[in-house]
Write a protein that binds this ligand. Sequence first.
Ligand SMILES: [Zn+2]
Length: 449
Amino acid sequence: MQARQVVLISLIVCFILPIACAVDVVINPVPSPNGAVLLIVDGFGSCYFYPEFVPHDLDGNELMRGEANNIMLIADGGVRVLDITAPQPRTALGHSVLVTGYSHADPLLVGFDDATIFDATRKHNYLCIGVMQKGDFESLRAKQDGILFDSSNSIKTPTAKLEVNAQVPADVIELMQEWQNDLPSYLDGKEGVERYTAYNRWGIDASDAIARYMCDNHPDRKFLLTVNVGAVDLAGHHMGPERYIELIGELDEDVCNLYLTCLENNLALIITADHGMAFAMTEKGRYVGGHASDKYAGAVESQRIPLIVSSPNIRIGVIDGTYGQEDVAPTLLSILDVPEALQYSDGDIIPVKKYANLRVIAESPIKITLQNNDATLYSITDEDVTFVGLTLGNYTVSTGRRTMSVNLRSDQVIEIETSSYDRTVLAAMMISMIMVGGGLTIRRIMRED
Ligand SMILES: [Zn+2]
């Protein structure tokens, strides 16, 4: 009797929740990470530490470069995207782009259903946690299960707050509360660069402690930890280029433990920024930093951001080509092997992964055959199948009488449309238009009516 109930419940769940019926066909086992830490360093311009770039002020005078040796070592063991720019180099907008994958995103869009990486990962039972000093606007906080944030956005009188919006394990909340209470002790008696450094250090140390605790005590719970540290940006605005790069050097020291935690626990670490920073000399002979106003926003120093990824499933090296901040969100989902589309994204997956997954979605069950070099890899009758762990290259997908070629460089979705009144005739017309589907390239196969 109980077994019957279980079967019945499963069927009901299948009808109500399409995701419950999605089938994964593992062609090759994949080394997916157990979760991810998304480290957003506010105002961290790649012009100031990528070896290929030389920073200039708005008058064209060369500026000093920062030392980020540890971060570059992380990049050497992972993947570094060379040319990636923020389309809207402002804090709230940059964070909105980073989490939605849409180049014109704003905080309003972040609040929409299925708009963000948090909505996508939560469908796969991820816990979404935040530790954010800046970029923590209301709609972004609401997408976190729990978030520790600085409600003041002021380094003089920071106020750490904890917001819990969904079920977070009680012991994790307790740990976050401890870190909330620890902020004053990090800053006590410190001024100037030392205070700025300590502010960032608290954010990194809290994130490291939470990530390590999750791995040690909740090893089966995947999580996405979003971190923003704010003092590099603040130093740029208030203290000039020398202090700005000094803060980069200090952060570079502090990030090592967080990296090791990720490495030891099979977590992806994604280091990026909401925007960069530009400097202009005033008439008084003093540098002032900015990135958002018209004066600064057009500078390459304001727009260029880093993207460095450490993860067990990526290809090591530097990626050339031109990319945008909107590509970060779909790339993050690809790294996590979360085959979800972001509803409003116009970003592309940057090909950082060693393999690709191919998801085929139909409106009703259909025979789907995957071939490689004329050899059939798998054949299945279903309506939502993800072929996992495919070697990059060319494939053929057949649905009934029709086939289509797929050049797989990163994760893709093929969506098969069926006529509502003729579900027995298979497609005669194929449109291989590439749809922007929130990172996953969606190809549409039309059925002939
Ligand atoms: Zn910012």
